[in-house]
Structure formats: C-alpha cells, structure tokens
Design a protein around this ligand. Structure first.
Ligand SMILES: Cc1cc2nc3c(=O)[nH]c(=O)nc-3n(C[C@H](O)[C@H](O)[C@H](O)COP(=O)(O)O)c2cc1C
Length: 317
C-alpha cells in the first residue's frame, strides 16, 4: 500500500507531504487502519531494561510526530515506542520553509526545521489522552530565544509538565538547527543543565539525545556526566551537520556509518542501569541485527519510515 502511495507523496514538497500524511494518520480512521494493518505480535521483538519496556524493539524517533497528533495510528502500526517532540515550552514556528529536502539517491533527508512546536500546553493536552500500546517518550528542547543560561529552567519546567504522562523524557541537546543548542553537550553546560534534575524525587527515566559530530572527549564527558546525574541512558544519534549540502542536518543512509561509529563504542558503557538507544540510518534488517548483536536493545527510525513506510518495522524480512 505504501509503495502505491509513495509516487504521489514524493511529488509533493517534503513538508507538504508530511503534513498531508499526518492529517490522514491523525484521523486514525478505520479504512486507513485496514489499508495499513498492524505488525502482528508474532513479528515483534520485545525489549526491556530496568527503565523501559518496549513491546517491539523498533521505535519512532523524535521529530516525526512533533505535536502528538497521530499517536493512536502510529501505535497501531506496531512501533514499540513513539517519541513525541521536540516540544518547546512556548509555541514557535521554526525556521522558514523550505526546511526539509529529500536526497532520494541516498534514501536520506536533510532538515533545518528549528523546532516548530505547538508548545507544551497544546502537546500536553494530546499526550494526556493517549492510552495506546506503544511506550511514550517526550523529547524536550529550549525555545529559540531562550539564552543558554536559562535553558535549565525551561527543561525542568517541560519535564515537570510531561513526566507524569510519559514513560520517558528525552533532553535534546543535539539538534543542529537551534543556534548554540549543541553547546549544552559540553561538560560545564551539561552539568548546569542537569543539576536541577537531581532535586526531583521519584524521577521518570531521563535520556540525553546526542549528536554524531562530537569529539571522543566530549562524548566521554557526556557519558560520565549522564551517569553521575543518574540519567537512564543516551540516545545516539541526532542528524549530522558534517556534509556537503546547504544548511541543516542529514538523516537516513548518509548517516548510517557515522551513527554506527557513535553508538558502537557507547554500547560498551551500557549496563543494567544505563541504556543506549540507537538511531541514525537504520534502513535494513541487517542494520538492526548488527545493533542487537552488539548488545543494543532499543532502536529508532525516522527517515527509513519515510522511504519504506511501515515495512521498516519488519525485522526478519
Ligand atoms: C524532518 C526531521 C525532523 C527531526 N526533528 C527532530 C526533533 O525535533 N528532535 C530530535 O531530537 N530529533 C529530530 N530529528 C532527528 C531524528 O529523530 C533522528 O535522530 C535522525 O533523523 C536520525 O535517524 P534516521 O536516520 O532514522 O532518520 C528529526 C529528523 C528529521 C528527518
């Protein structure tokens, strides 16, 4: 079914196409569910850690359903988890369009979205009504006009709003499309950002989403600080800004190798209480297999879902 729709969808500009698909998916209408049947339970591979249980090891990465509009339909398809967001505290429109481009020959995308968000209040209203079978993550980020010095207050406020209604929270410090955001990955900034979270009792699992463009030293610092502040793990990785194109970050097959170079050494730091969620260029069953063979439990996709549709959820095809 997806292969039949794709030529039409790919004739539209990428964001128009995405919004059209989101409109359909948010209706969660019976004919649509019939046309896109659920992944059978027998084809799911469950994944579990001390912090999370996913009924299927493949989840939907952040940025696809930023405002939590289509959770029921996406859960119906069979994703093990859905990561809403990035959500910002105040609504914001993001960068000017066009801001998503296809690189079809490489099954990749480039985006410079800049966190368009309906804002925390609007997204929270939808998140509160979700009761589906997919684990729910909420990915949070700072507003564009918030100085780095005030970022911690904003992340804590977002955490407090969403944590009661989500299974896990992701602190996004790695989008390349919000000026200076990636600085929050540096030790001093990161400590300042995470410190107020130590004062919260009975916390929900918190993950840090990192970029694939950092030095080994910065990554090692992030692991150390994340463990010191009792985070539940890292999500590696966001899009890369190392490329030959114009503005924005690259995802999909052009990211596969770089993302692997990021999550593979990180898996050595994984243990009972520290998860590494893998994301970036997973587009074939072998990619997932490799990640699982090396000890990874939770994987996410975005771009391969755009190019392949729900078939990407089938791990043994
Ligand atoms: C159009 C687009 C928007 C995205 N928006 C976000 C976002 O808001 N927050 C975030 O943490 N990651 C965002 N991402 C990054 C994805 O979550 C993922 O980390 C990245 O695309 C690599 O995975 P993939 O190769 O499977 O797409 C976005 C990616 C794309 C393509």
């Amino acid at each position: 079914m997806y292969q039949a729709l794709k030529p039409f969808m790919f004739r539209l500009d990428p964001e128009t196409s995405h919004n059209f698909a989101m409109g359909m998916m948010s209706s969660n209408a019976w004919p649509l569910r019939k046309a896109f049947p659920a992944l059978p339970d027998s084809e799911m591979r469950s994944a579990q850690s001390k912090h999370m249980t996913w009924r299927h090891a493949v989840g939907l990465a952040a940025g696809f359903d930023k405002d939590a509009r289509a959770l029921d339909f996406l859960a119906h398809l069979g994703f093990g988890a859905i990561e809403v967001g990035t959500v910002t505290l105040k609504p914001q429109i993001g960068n000017e369009r066009p801001r998503i481009w296809r690189i079809k020959e490489d099954n990749s995308l480039r985006n410079a979205m800049g966190f368009p968000s309906g804002g925390a209040q609007e997204v929270l209203r939808r998140v509160k009504t979700y009761k589906g079978p997919a684990t729910l993550g909420v990915n949070i980020g700072k507003n564009k006009d918030t100085p780095l010095e005030q970022a911690a207050d904003e992340y804590v406020a977002l955490y407090k709003m969403f944590a009661p209604h989500a299974d896990y929270i992701v602190i996004n410090v790695s989008s390349p499309n919000t000026a200076d955001l990636r600085k929050l990955q540096e030790r001093a900034w990161l400590e300042q950002l995470l410190k107020p979270f130590t004062e919260i009792s009975e916390r929900k699992p918190i993950y840090l989403k990192i970029s694939p463009d950092e030095s080994e030293n910065t990554v090692n610092d992030m692991v150390e600080v994340a463990k010191e502040f009792d985070l539940s793990g890292l999500i590696a990785t966001n899009t890369t800004s190392q490329h030959q194109y114009d503005v924005g970050g690259i995802s999909g097959e052009l990211l596969t190798d770089l993302a692997r170079k990021s999550w593979e050494p990180l898996l050595k730091h994984a243990d009972d209480s520290f998860d590494i969620v893998g994301v970036g260029g997973f587009s074939k069953p072998e990619h997932f297999e490799e990640f699982f063979d090396l000890g990874g439990k939770f994987a996410q996709v975005y771009t391969a879902f755009v190019y392949q549709g729900p078939d990407i959820l089938k791990l043994d095809s």
